[in-house]
Design a protein around this ligand. Structure first.
Ligand SMILES: CCCCCCCCCCCCC/C=C/[C@@H](O)[C@H](COP(=O)(O)O)NC(=O)CCCCCCCCCCCCCCC
Ligand SMILES: Nc1ncnc2c1ncn2[C@@H]1O[C@H](COP(=O)(O)OP(=O)(O)O)[C@@H](O)[C@H]1O
Ligand SMILES: [Ca+2]
Length: 535
């Protein structure tokens, strides 16, 4: 089959002659200029060819087609460094070849198209697109129509676009409407919008499989449709943590070529009912308070989190709680092993025997229990990196290993907590502080101490410590906080969480790092799949 797809010939690009070769996984072209022997070869993996068109075709800044007999145009993924972000920006590359005959031209286009289908079988033909017109800076519609739709059209993807008119419309559509014929669902918006798609697709899949989402011991069915994220929100953490940059064109190109990245999902239950799913931040204390405060200032747009973050920091609160967790196998990985989950990462979920030991009563020995006052308790299934924190809440967490990282920040003095927060903005280790613990876990349970212990009556010492500028934003110190579940406030405080390995798949491939050193000893572009980074 590989020999069948091989094609090699002399072609022209402008007035220069090139040797073009299509073989196996690659398409490359080299200038054959005698005076300049060391002209570089440009090599494109066939899986990264976006489209092949007969004639002279331009799509930027405007689409134009000159239908000639001997020319063909190839569009492909071109990488460039993104400056501030850790990942690489993808752009649309374009090259226009001229053939000596029409027969040869047709042979090239036919072979390239066949190779492309063979090497990237998950390319979507038909997509269901939801746009949240009010996410982030309210630019969702513009981002989609000006940057994404032209690329989908070039790649021959047909899309059904729905601009939402209310919250939860996308979720309800996915739960109830006919989804036949769609290969994937695209979300134009932020983490909240992604969460709607996530709930719709997971719910629909379980309905069809006859499984109960309420039962935390049930092994849920993975979703058959892929999810694509075009970032147009405030935090855009899911996009950043799975692609490495917040860039609509990069994300659109990952969707077009049918990249596939599995993702762990955490189900959050109260008593025996499912409350929500989470992929990035499930946080009590600081992050819960920030979200609750920020909801009052939605008009500020993405800035609301900085404003509320500062206010909540100044209010200097901590909360009593009991945290119980089921540790993951420490021999497989650790949240402090300083590896990073990069594209092709090999730390994947092994079949975890969670269900059998989820029952706390039946297997008390497997669970670890801690109690005390916390600044925050956070659980994240992935690194949760975002522009505010480029390495994320847990820099060594893995996207698809079936575990989450539980971060416990014990009550401490205000400057200590500021240090912890500030370390998220750099490469300094935020876990290397005496009041911080991090555990790789399969399940977590959170409960409140009995009324008597929650500190309704605070000790004098606590009273002294608590109202650190507290008068700025609150008059009374509440005894409990709320849970922030991927940007939604949960209605209940006592919860049970379980991580489901690889429950959904995104059109992404994990973070491709720019100028990094890898432990396979090779330079970045030659790095072997699955190697890990050394700092
Ligand atoms: C001093 C600098 C501190 C920087 C600390 C940065 C930690 C950031 C970790 C962010 C993890 C994000 C996880 C994702 C959450 C989202 O699902 C979720 C929903 O997003 P959406 O509205 O786009 O739909 N987003 C959130 O819940 C936002 C959480 C953001 C917390 C940011 C806190 C900023 C704190 C600033 C504190 C400043 C203290 C200054 C004192 C003088
Ligand atoms: N048409 C709409 N009107 C109001 N809210 C909507 C609409 N469409 C989606 N939403 C909701 O808006 C919330 C925030 O959206 P998101 O796209 O995540 O933006 P942001 O990142 O700015 O929070 C989501 O929880 C989503 O359910
Ligand atoms: Ca994980």
């Amino acid at each position: 089959m590989e020999t069948e797809l091989r094609l090699e010939s002399s072609l022209w690009v402008g007035n220069k002659r090139y040797r073009a070769v299509l073989s196996g996984w690659h398409f490359n072209w080299t200038e054959v200029d005698k005076k300049n022997r060391d002209k570089k070869t440009i090599s494109v993996p066939v899986a990264e060819v976006v489209g092949v068109e007969e004639g002279r075709v331009e799509i930027l800044p405007r689409k134009s087609v000159e239908d000639t007999d001997k020319d063909f145009t190839v569009f492909y993924v071109k990488r460039s460094s993104s400056g501030s972000s850790y990942g690489l920006l993808w752009r649309l590359g374009r090259i226009q070849f001229s053939c000596p005959s029409r027969v040869l031209r047709d042979q090239w286009t036919k072979h390239l198209r066949t190779a492309l289908k063979t090497h990237s079988p998950l390319r979507p033909n038909r997509l269901l697109v939801f746009i949240n017109p009010f996410g982030g800076k309210k630019k969702g519609r513009k981002i989609y129509h000006s940057l994404v739709a032209p690329l989908f059209e070039l790649a021959g993807i047909s899309s059904h676009v729905i601009v939402t008119e209310r919250a939860n419309q996308a979720r309800d559509h996915l739960l109830k409407k006919d989804l036949k014929g769609f290969d994937g669902v695209v979300c134009v918006g932020g983490d909240g919008m992604f969460s709607e798609i996530l709930h719709g697709l997971i719910g629909r899949t379980q309905q069809e499989a006859g499984l109960s989402e309420n039962d935390p011991t049930v092994a849920l069915q993975p979703c058959p449709l892929h999810i694509g994220i075009i970032p147009a929100g405030s935090t855009d953490c899911v996009c950043y943590a799975t692609v490495g940059v917040i860039d609509p064109v990069t994300s659109a190109l990952h969707i077009i070529i049918g990249d596939s990245q599995p993702l762990d999902v955490c189900s959050v239950h109260q008593a025996s009912a499912l409350m929500r799913y989470s992929v990035s931040l499930l946080g009590y204390g600081f992050y819960g308070d920030v979200l609750a405060e920020s909801e009052k200032h939605r008009w500020m747009g993405p800035l609301r989190y900085d404003y509320s973050g500062t206010m909540v920091y100044l209010s200097n609160r901590s909360y009593a709680g009991i945290v119980q967790y089921l540790p993951a196998d420490p021999l497989l990985s650790s949240p402090r092993d300083r590896t990073r989950c990069l594209s092709g990462c090999s730390v994947l979920g092994v079949s975890l025997n969670v269900a059998s030991c989820l029952s706390f009563c039946a297997f008390p020995g497997e669970w670890v229990s801690v109690e005390g006052r916390f600044r925050c308790v956070s659980l994240t299934c992935m690194s949760s990196s975002c522009p505010k924190s480029p390495l994320g809440l847990s820099p060594s967490a893995h996207l698809a290993d079936g575990t989450g990282d539980l971060i416990l920040v014990w009550d401490t003095h205000p400057l200590g907590f500021l240090k912890f927060l500030y370390r998220h903005t750099s490469t300094q280790d935020q876990f290397d502080l005496p009041f911080v613990e991090v555990h790789r876990v399969k399940a977590v349970r959170f409960s409140l101490p009995s009324e008597r212990d929650t500190g309704q009556e605070m000790t004098n010492e606590q009273k002294m410590a608590t109202p650190f500028l507290c008068g700025l934003c609150c008059s009374k110190v509440p005894a409990k906080s709320v849970w922030n579940c991927d940007g939604e406030i949960l209605s209940s405080t006592e919860i049970l969480c379980r991580i489901h390995g690889q429950l959904v798949r995104l059109y992404a491939r994990g973070i491709e790092e720019g100028a990094a050193v890898h432990n396979c000893g090779k330079e970045n572009d030659k790095c072997q799949m699955g190697c890990t980074l050394i700092k």
